[in-house]
Unconditional design. Structure first.
Length: 478
């Protein structure tokens, strides 16, 4: 559980589709000294669950470390053979320490040291720029620079009811410990759902009436303080033009991808055009899901075609097809509140090797899975190749290259998300675990979450998915 956003608890309640739902939190310290406080928090959690009409079991762990507490919850939670297969975590909130960034241990190679410090200054400049923009995901810092978190300056009504229940949240972990927790979750064969931008979830999509009222009050407070509405309404520098209607016509998408120059603030727009025939990309199936209303709001799934073989025989951890992402989005839209508000749209990013036969195979799989997908939009993926972790460790690629890649991808996604309520995408690859250098591990972990902030800036509420289960969550034998 996160201590700041009760909407996340409601979102998970809608995502489980009748399964077992456990809300977990951890208390740090000796068990004997925390018996009374643990009992009191457990009672308060039961009252919270009942008051908000949640179908959930609260679970509390007492441990010497935060990561060990959450890992114990993962291992021990459940009811008989019913064990949680999916772990939902709030996105890490990175601590800011400019002095440490600019005065880190130097490398013997002067050029490398200067280049690293240049990257550090670029990161700080980016943070300060976002302070001015008051971006709720990576927003302004408090005046105190000692271990200050990247948190919005806001008076959150919803926050108050959770502060006493959630003493410590995964979002406040050390970056390297957070990465280790994620790795261990996958080793336990559990799925990861890492959530971000939950603060901008539309209160009309919150099912619990009490939580919805709290979220609505918080949004009203945000508008009064900042003078604007939810941040994802502003689609930034990218643009989207859609010709004709959404169903049964030819749509022409024009995407302006914005990339930042390394030596100046000028931006070069690369225009990509993709013509999509909706008669070939409308995957309506006879489910309870309804056609989107006139507002044309969406729940989006973003897929990179090169991540999958599109062979259903490759069932291990969704290597053949993104079963888990599809299933989670489908379950969310089975909820009557979400069902009336949005349709399901898939953005498929393909490279130059993508052929008509590949598209036909994708179409066939989607239809066989019998999911209520309303629209599939095929787009060319960014021409810039994502730097591998190995290339960064070997110093062949720099942190700025990774950030530039995610900035380019973010520009495309934001430009197409102005009518999106929620987004699902695959969790980017975690930093490798076989690095013996502790300093390098810490650097890679921070670099990873810095990149995630760039990827998710100005995006709607988003869930990043990693599959840990060996077998697919969708059965083809029914």
């Amino acid at each position: 559980a996160d201590s700041r956003y009760s909407a996340l608890i409601d979102f998970c309640n809608n995502l489980k589709k009748g399964g077992l739902y456990i809300i977990g939190t951890t208390i740090i310290g000796d068990f004997e000294n925390n018996v009374e406080i643990t009992r009191k928090i457990k009672e308060d959690w039961i009252e919270f669950v009942d008051r908000n009409s949640l179908k959930a079991f609260p679970q509390i762990a007492v441990s010497n470390t935060l990561r060990a507490g959450f890992e114990n919850l993962i291992l021990l939670s459940g009811l008989g053979a019913m064990e949680p297969n999916t772990i939902v975590l709030p996105m890490l909130r990175i601590k800011k320490d400019h002095n440490k960034m600019l005065h880190s241990p130097s490398n013997n190679n002067k050029d490398i040291e200067e280049e690293e410090q240049k990257d550090d200054r670029l990161a700080i400049a980016m943070e300060e720029e976002e302070e001015k923009e008051d971006d709720p995901l990576q927003s302004s810092f408090d005046d105190d620079t000692n271990n200050t978190y990247l948190l919005p300056k806001r008076n959150s009504v919803a926050m108050e009811s959770l502060k006493s229940l959630v003493r410590l949240t995964p979002a406040e972990m050390d970056p390297i410990q957070y990465v280790k927790l994620c790795r261990n979750i996958l080793k336990f064969n559990r799925n990861i759902v890492m959530t971000a931008n939950i603060h901008s979830l539309d209160f009309q999509l919150v099912v619990s009436q009490n939580i919805a009222q709290a979220v609505e009050k918080r949004m009203e407070t945000d508008i009064n303080i900042n003078g604007n509405g939810p941040p994802h309404v502003d689609i930034g520098k990218g643009n989207l033009q859609i010709e004709s209607g959404i169903h049964g016509h030819m749509n022409k998408l024009s995407i302006a991808q914005s990339t930042e120059s390394e030596q100046s603030n000028t931006r070069t727009n690369t225009r990509i055009e993709s013509t999509v025939n909706n008669s070939e990309t409308n995957y309506w199936t006879f489910t309870s899901h309804q056609t989107p209303n006139i507002r044309n709001q969406w729940v989006d799934i973003w897929l990179f075609a090169e991540d999958y073989t599109f062979n259903l025989n490759d069932a291990t951890k969704d290597e053949g097809f993104p079963m888990l992402i599809m299933q989670l989005a489908h379950i969310l839209l089975q909820n009557k509140v979400w069902d009336k508000a949005a349709g399901l749209r898939v953005f498929l990013l393909v490279n130059s090797k993508w052929s008509e036969s590949d598209q036909s195979n994708f179409d066939l799989i989607v239809k066989d899975l019998r999911l209520g997908i309303d629209q599939v939009v095929v787009l060319k993926q960014p021409t810039m190749k994502k730097p591998s972790w190995k290339s960064i460790i070997d110093n062949k690629m720099k942190r700025k290259h990774l950030k530039k890649y995610y900035s380019t991808l973010n520009s495309t996604m934001v430009s197409l998300s102005s009518q999106t309520y929620f987004t699902f995408l695959k969790l980017p690859e975690l930093p490798p675990s076989d690095v013996d250098d502790d300093e390098m591990n810490d650097k890679l972990s921070k670099m990873y979450f810095e990149s995630m902030y760039i990827l998710l800036k100005h995006m709607p509420p988003t869930a990043l998915i990693a599959t840990g289960e060996e077998l697919p969550v969708i059965s083809m034998d029914i």
